[in-house]
Design a protein around this ligand. Structure first.
Ligand code: 11C
Length: 340
């Protein structure tokens, strides 16, 4: 006995990972359908050892389906998520469209699993931005112990966060650098991404910050604690998969780095790799395909009264998107939905 599950945007980076993770975690599925736009109609995608042919999202009737994972852009989500929700299917949405709606829970299960119960207002649950998800998993147990006052974070985000075209741009631009006459001009990004870093993710806002930076502020407040002050600088780096973050935290109460390390070692979703020697930390290429958020370089920041700095790395397509969405569905199943 299980659920009837739809994956919307099944041919994209995140949609494919959703199918992989549903199969890997043996999510109780009675029936599954892969949905996509008309352009990708009939494309084959894998679900465990099965192959699914994508069906047309535009024509799909969600009546009788229990859960729909949405991994499409906000514009299409605006059309199809309310339709699915009104047809009685619970939507778990990976876009930013509903994240800041007070009637839609924004959930990272290691942090605020019980918030899932609020799904009934709109039949929609929102999945956070990838850079927020991994950070709040690490911040939560430290906040519970010493109460966070302020966070300063710099991100190093992989190109898979932008999508498949961006991954191709990094690959082709990198190869093109070595072949005279084959240089590839920036198209997806405003500047060269190969052998470079770009301090700009999503659109610019009036105050000079970017929307990605704003998301980290707004989402941390909604998921963890609205009293936390946070400032972010979000940077794109020439890495295919895996977002990294340098996080500096100021607490209300004293917290020693060794205790912070012990707390993080016990925390759900976290793996501490912190040897204080060459190679004794995790880099993005080592986290690809994993579920964990890795924390390294935990140390005291003696420039403030109660400060800790650390490095955290996670697979942005997994904990940052597909895994978190499947974990939300698991919580929803355990707390709220009846099977079959
Ligand atoms: C990136 N974090 O790396 C973005 C991708 O709001 O869900 C996810 C954007 C979002 O470009």
């Amino acid at each position: 006995m299980g659920y009837r599950v739809a994956v919307v945007g099944a041919t994209g980076n995140v949609g494919k990972e959703m199918l992989n993770i549903l199969a890997e975690r043996e999510f109780p599925v009675d029936e599954i359908v892969a949905l996509a736009s008309r352009n990708s109609l009939g494309t084959e995608v894998s679900f465990g050892d099965k192959t699914l042919k994508t069906k047309d999202l535009a024509d799909f009737d969600f009546t009788g389906w229990d859960i729909a994972f949405f991994a499409i852009g906000s514009d299409a989500t605006k059309v199809y998520a309310p339709k699915a929700a009104s047809q009685g299917c619970v939507v778990i949405d990976n876009s930013s469209l509903y994240r800041y709606d007070p009637d839609v829970p924004l959930v990272v299960p290691e942090v605020n699993a019980a918030a899932v119960d609020g799904y009934t207002k709109r039949n929609i649950i929102a999945n956070p931005n990838c850079s927020t998800a991994q950070m709040v998993v690490a911040l939560k147990p430290l906040h519970d112990r010493a109460k966070i006052k302020r966070v300063v974070v710099a991100t190093y985000q992989s190109v898979s966060g932008t999508g498949k075209e961006a991954m191709d741009e990094l690959w082709n631009q990198t190869k093109g650098m070595f072949v005279p006459g084959q240089e590839v001009a920036p198209k997806v990004y405003p500047k060269q991404i190969a052998f470079n870093v770009i301090p700009h993710i999503d659109v610019f806002l009036d105050d000079g910050s970017t929307k990605e930076e704003w998301k980290m502020v707004a989402e941390t407040k909604k998921i963890l604690d609205k009293s936390i002050k946070l400032t972010a600088t979000c940077v794109r780096v020439p890495v295919f998969v895996g977002h990294s973050e340098a996080v500096n935290v100021e607490f209300e109460e004293p917290l020693d780095w060794q205790e912070a390390q012990d707390i993080l070692r016990e925390a759900p979703g976290i793996l501490v790799v912190d040897k204080r020697e060459a190679g004794g930390y995790i880099t993005p290429v080592e986290c690809v395909g994993d579920y964990a958020t890795y924390v390294s370089r935990i140390r005291q920041d003696s420039t403030v009264e109660n400060g800790i700095s650390f490095w955290c790395v996670s697979d942005n397509l997994r904990k940052g998107a597909a895994l978190n969405a499947v974990q939300i569905a698991e919580v929803l199943g355990n707390r709220c939905l009846k099977k079959g």
